[in-house]
Unconditional design. Structure first.
Lengths: 350, 607
């Protein structure tokens, strides 16, 4: 029933694509607005959450889209009708593709990120997209169905060397880093992807009540966050002339782009799950690395599987699926790798 | 650094004055400072932090703790002059930790180590994260943490433990007592490599100079004669740096040569040349009742070369007084007077108390090229000319072989001498300034070496590793492989032959980084595994047999000669080619010293 590849998943029986745009798909589900999860085909029929659609529009998506409300089951045939996709074959009247009920659950990864539960006569299937539990504080939170039959879950950090500290502890360290840097008359720069991590950093640093600037590519998304009630404090788009002494936020690529190169003393901190490793910290020649991830860690992944008790688990987005499968099997689960050959464009943001 | 930051020397308490229990500094607190050093950027800030640590130890520890703090951070678990080593195999460490954490070594530990690129970091993270080990871990707050002194004792026991199970018992004691951070640091100290916190011997010596208010020169001199950073620290803390002087059987840090940058720019009138011998560097200390040999890393070689020791005893008794010589141990056939290939000498390396059969099969001699001490008098501050004149008379009197020095007047003559040296089977030339003292440690321009790569191979890039420091953000280190596709001994197509870090331009590195993105198969932490596609012409100084590698050989100093954009995986040299090159070198017959007469690189005693 599941076929993968082409950077996502295609549920053949339902003509439903998850995070890709299969040529035979009636409907495409977009879990969140990061580039590696957006459909390549810019004119397909998309279902997603309201913030995801807002981000996609800002990224230039012009196609059809239907917003689904959180935790509100919706019939797939109703969705097909909305998009004008025929549910029955011309002439014979037999159904072309099968009916199912779709329900979105917030995934806690970035604002608008959603998991999708597909329920049909075959049972239930949950596709997580990218997920973080406990949720990032700059999201709607995270919610899970009580049980699922089949689970497709990401394992970006699929090794037991990854275990995150509670976000409020990391927040305290980030606040101290920013404060100490400013008190020393220097300028702090936090590295995080323009959509999601950047706004999470702004939100976590809000208690400092200091002026903040985010890279021009990330600023437009801030509006969507603020409309969703996530406070980001005093934030402006990056301005080279006035950036000295502000708290700066930008993606890793700014390190080689001349960003804030006029600032005499910059202290650079990476905010990424990858910063948990010493080699990643030295690789970018950073002042600090904060292991602030927007993915669940290895142990959280195991706990989720234990709680949901799926009949079958498919692991995606993992450089080390065998390790995850080994641990899951030890806990009595049936697990296998589903290779999406998804490009890891957002990898540094982890 | 202001006066206020100084650790006043001589004030560190050297022990309890009365019956109060001795305060010793906790290893845990020390490791936490090392962790902060790792997270601190800038040498100056790191030095300030270390000065604060020394001051804290002064208040809450002993003078010995200060010495240990300096040793552990710069030299590891053991003083280099102690002769102790206590290596624990990476595999043993991994297996023991896996059992302790109740995880599968192959299925879990190994992929984790691949991701971190570091065994000790993997161990730290697994011990921190795995619930099983966490519950077994002693509660750090309720137990008395180990002190620097306890750690020193445990390192000593580890060095003396012969059997694997004894080492394991000691290691398990660590697992039960130390925090994951302490274990990571302890393992790095035990390994004797870098602690990877960006604060090494050099920074510590600078810090000691500041702390003591002495010049860096003075500190370097003390380091040279004392042979270890921690002993230098002791003299600083005891406020008797002026007393630091040479004593017999404490090896002196070797003088090293830097590569010749330009033959044209050399002052030919004031340099002397020697042929560069392909042996093992060795320092001989000889007195009336004792002879010791030391290797370049200041470890004892005495038991490895008992035949050299016998020769030195004979020489000492014919001279009467004591001496310290710097030179090279070579495999040498006394009957034909030919130097034997390094591959022969390799058979004797690492073999303590060799059998008489082995000593007969591979006879060795010590060829002296410098004299550092004569009759207890230091000669290393004298000029090369003065030292050599003493060396010549000592070697003549005691019938010891020594290197021939000669002069050339022009770069062209030097080039001819270089080719002659190669035709003698030697590595190239050493070019030494006549008026230079024997300078410790850092590579100096007083000694320069002229070498040529011995060969080159077309190799395939198998893995790319992310660089650090100024190369951060790019893949700058590469694992290169040779072809074994048609080799029945192997099932794969390529196997690694060496790792190279340099030899390319910035522009080439940028292009390489773009190209390798297209070939990525897998990414583990800082490492990319690549499909075969990029061919590099790799040059190297020499090929050495190495049973611990898959290929059976390692290349010395491999570096890029050129990136062969024009070649593909089918053009890569085979392992057989490597084997042929190694064989050819060992088959090369070197000329007899007799036939070379006054051109011989070694002056042998008469008869």
């Amino acid at each position: 029933m599941i076929s993968s590849g082409g950077h996502g998943i295609f549920l053949k029986d339902f003509h439903l694509s998850l995070d890709n745009s299969h040529s035979e798909a009636d409907v495409v589900f977009v879990s969140h607005a990061h580039a590696d999860h957006l459909p390549r085909n810019r004119s397909c029929a998309v279902v997603c959450s309201a913030p995801t659609l807002a981000f996609m529009r800002k990224r230039g998506y012009k196609g059809d889209a239907l917003v689904l409300d959180w935790q509100t089951p919706t019939s797939l045939n109703t969705i097909r009708q909305h998009f004008g996709v025929p549910c029955t074959r011309k002439g014979s009247g037999e159904s072309v593709s099968r009916e199912a009920t779709l329900t979105l659950y917030p995934a806690g990864h970035i604002l608008g990120s959603a998991m999708i539960l597909v329920e049909s006569e075959d049972g239930s299937l949950l596709y997580t997209g990218d997920v973080k539990t406990p949720a990032s504080p700059a999201t709607e939170g995270v919610a899970w169905p009580s049980t699922v039959d089949e689970l497709i879950i990401e394992a970006t950090f699929g090794l037991p060397i990854y275990k995150w500290k509670p976000t409020h502890e990391i927040q305290q360290e980030m606040l101290s880093f920013a404060q100490e840097t400013l008190e020393a008359g220097e300028t702090p720069l936090f590295l995080g992807y323009n959509l999601g991590k950047g706004q999470e950093i702004l939100h976590l640093l809000e208690p400092l009540d200091h002026r903040k600037m985010i890279h021009g590519g990330g600023f437009p998304y801030c509006e969507v966050y603020q409309q969703a009630g996530i406070t980001l404090g005093n934030v402006e788009p990056y301005n080279r002339e006035t950036c000295e002494g502000a708290i700066l936020v930008g993606p890793t690529s700014v390190l080689s782009s001349g960003f804030a190169s006029n600032v005499e003393r910059l202290r650079v901190a990476q905010c990424s799950g990858w910063a948990a490793l010493a080699s990643r910290r030295t690789q970018l020649n950073l002042d600090r690395g904060f292991a602030l991830s927007d993915h669940l860690d290895f142990f959280e992944l195991l706990d989720v599987c234990d709680a949901l008790q799926p009949r079958k688990i498919h692991i995606t987005h993992s450089p080390t699926p065998d390790v995850v499968a080994h641990f899951l099997e030890q806990r009595g689960h049936q697990a296998q790798f589903l290779d999406l050959t998804m490009q890891q464009e957002e990898e540094l943001d982890g | 650094m202001g006066k206020s930051e100084q650790v006043s020397s001589g004030q560190m308490s050297s022990g309890p004055g009365n019956s109060e229990p001795v305060k010793r500094y906790p290893f845990r607190k020390y490791c936490e400072v090392l962790d902060r050093l790792e997270q601190t950027r800038g040498t100056k800030a790191k030095q300030t932090l270390f000065v604060e640590l020394l001051r804290d130890i002064q208040h809450h520890g002993t003078l010995e703790d200060g010495v240990l703090a300096c040793r552990f951070v710069s030299e590891g678990a053991f003083d280099p002059t102690s002769g102790l080593t206590g290596r624990l195999g990476a595999r043993s460490q991994g297996m023991w930790v896996s059992e302790y954490c109740e995880i599968d070594y192959d299925k879990v530990f190994k992929p984790c180590r691949t991701a971190t690129g570091s065994g000790s970091e993997t161990i730290e993270l697994l011990l921190t994260n795995m619930p099983h080990s966490g519950s077994k871990q002693a509660q750090p707050d309720t137990r008395t943490p180990w002190t620097l002194h306890d750690m020193d004792t445990s390192f000593g026991l580890m060095a003396r433990a012969k059997k694997s199970e004894d080492k394991r018992a000691l290691f398990e004691q660590w697992l039960k007592t130390l925090t994951p951070l302490e274990i990571k640091m302890a393992l790095r100290m035990l390994g004797g490599g870098s602690l990877r916190i960006g604060f090494e011997a050099r920074s510590l010596l600078q810090t000691l100079a500041k702390v003591s208010g002495s010049s860096l020169e003075h500190i370097r001199y003390a380091h040279m004669v004392l042979g270890s950073v921690s002993e230098t620290a002791r003299f600083v803390f005891e406020d008797r740096l002026d007393e630091a002087s040479f004593s017999m059987f404490r090896p002196i840090a070797f003088m090293l040569a830097s590569p010749v940058e330009s033959l044209e720019a050399l002052p030919w009138a004031s340099v002397r040349l020697e042929e560069k011998l392909d042996g093992v560097r060795c320092q001989v200390h000889a007195s009336v009742d004792r002879v010791e040999l030391y290797s370049r890393d200041l470890n004892p070689l005495t038991q490895t070369f008992p035949d050299v020791v016998v020769e030195m005893k004979r020489a000492q008794s014919s001279l009467g007084g004591s001496f310290v010589l710097d030179g090279e141990v070579l495999a040498f056939d006394p009957s034909t007077k030919r130097i034997l290939p390094f591959l022969d000498l390799q058979k004797r390396l690492g073999v303590k108390k060799p059998s008489s059969t082995l000593m007969n099969d591979v006879p060795v001699i010590f060829v002296a090229y410098d004299l550092l001490v004569l009759d207890e008098k230091e000669a290393f501050s004298q000029s090369l000319e003065q030292r050599r004149s003493q060396l010549t008379s000592v070697c003549e009197k005691a019938s010891l072989p020594y290197s021939r020095q000669f002069e050339v007047a022009t770069p062209q003559q030097c080039q001819r001498a270089f080719e002659q040296a190669l035709s003698h089977g030697n590595e190239g030339l050493m070019i030494k300034q006549v008026d230079s003292p024997y300078a410790f440690g850092q590579r100096s321009h007083h000694w320069q070496k002229l070498k040529e790569p011995e060969g080159a191979l077309d190799t395939i890039i198998m893995y790319a590793h992310a660089g650090s420091g100024k190369r951060g953000g790019t893949y700058s280190d590469f694992t290169l492989g040779v072809a074994v596709a048609n080799d029945d001994r192997f099932s794969e197509s390529f196997i690694p032959i060496g790792k190279a870090y340099g030899g390319y331009t910035n522009a080439e590195l940028r292009r390489l980084n773009q190209e390798l993105k297209k070939l990525v198969v897998e990414k583990f932490g800082p490492t990319l595994s690549l499909r075969p596609g990029l061919v590099v012409e790799l040059e190297f100084d020499s090929i050495q047999a190495n049973k611990r590698t898959k290929a059976g050989y390692t290349l010395r100093f491999p570096r890029f000669r050129s990136i062969r954009w024009d070649l593909g995986p089918d053009d890569v040299d085979t392992l057989q080619e490597v084997e042929r090159l190694a064989q050819a070198k060992s088959m090369l017959t070197r000329p007899s010293m007799d036939t070379l007469a006054d051109k011989a690189p070694i002056i042998l005693p008469n008869g």
